[in-house]
Design a protein. Sequence first.
Length: 450
Amino acid sequence: MSSLQKEKIQAAFQERIDYDELLNCMRCGFCLPSCPTYIQSGYKESQSPRGRIALMKAVVDGVMEPDADFEQTLNECLGCRACEPVCPAGVNYGHLLEEARDILNQHKKHSLPVKVLRSSFFKHLFPNQKRMQKMTALLGVYQKSGLQTVARKTGVMKLFPESLRTMERILPKTPTLKTMQNKSPFYSTLSERKKVVGFFTGCLMDTMFNETNQATIHLLQKAGCHVVIPEVQNCCGALHGHAGEKELAIQLAKKNIMAFENEEVDYIITNAGGCGAFLHDYGHLLKKEPFWAERAEEFARKIKDITAVLVELDFHKLDLQLPQQVVTYQDSCHLRNVQRTFEEPRKLLKAIKGVTYEEMPDAERCCGSAGIYNLVHSELSMKHLDYKMERVQETQATTIVTTNPGCLLQMKLGIEREGLSERMRAVHIVDLLVEAVGVPGTPRNMSKKN
């Protein structure tokens, strides 16, 4: 990194980083026991929220250069935001981290392959749901045509890192293009109407995890909701916001706000903890734009996780039943730490007859998925996952439940790595509840608005 680059980065930090927020950190250390990277590093101060805030302040104050080590320290943070609920001063660490990463990324000279990769994914794939559908359909062809079997038997997969090879084995069976495109903008309740809700379908959730989205619609109908699905919604922007692509995240946020603001709904429902948290933060993301700030706040106030609305509507009081099994729950970091939703999933699981619920030690600690962290920091991610799988096995669970697609894939990866796939499974809570309520998990035959 050249001296000119460092000067520009420092100037951007001085201009954009909220100095009052940096000063809010009292250095009390309450965040330290809750920080996975601090613990995993052997208690290195620079790997803690307090330490990273101190480094940001040092850059702003001009007493430290924003060099490669500084960038690496920030990038190695999981961004789980477990430090925020325990902070007595209420420091918004996640906002500081995202702003810092965006500054670093905007002043970084990426190699040509990295530029192409980032552009392909952040600008052309995730913001365009039709492309997401086609990409998912291609993955389906790979899975169903025999190419997947050939790739495994011929040893082609050995050319990839171990984590990617394992990830390839645990990807869900993808839906067809027709299935992904076959959806209605409205689904009416299957019982007495209690709420009208909008459903944020997401990008990955509506493609790779399309079956879970269908199950979500069904549960909402069963709970007494009319479900509205605006067709022009798009990716929430979380991956962009976490990876230093703030302007792209802002563009996506504005499109989502416009998609939902004319719908007269009580809540906007999400079934992915990471998406829900980023949607919840739209008010912060757009706070400097007068035309959008109030609209973003109104949008954010309506965000509610599927588990929270189900409990509010007494879904847990229905006759829920499953075959005898031991179930444990892995918190979605952002669902717990940003949306502060953690009691509701547990209440739903404990209400299922046949389920013996065992609380996982350190269930709130990040599993190491963290968006694309398990791809760009694979070795560190696997260390977090190894710790998590040790805690899982202490529960003797046969079913691990999550509320976020990244967590779900990471836990499936852990099961595969530990050789536990014969006696253990990982499942999204929505899919488990569909099993428990004893009805089909797709809304194909449900009444729709004409």
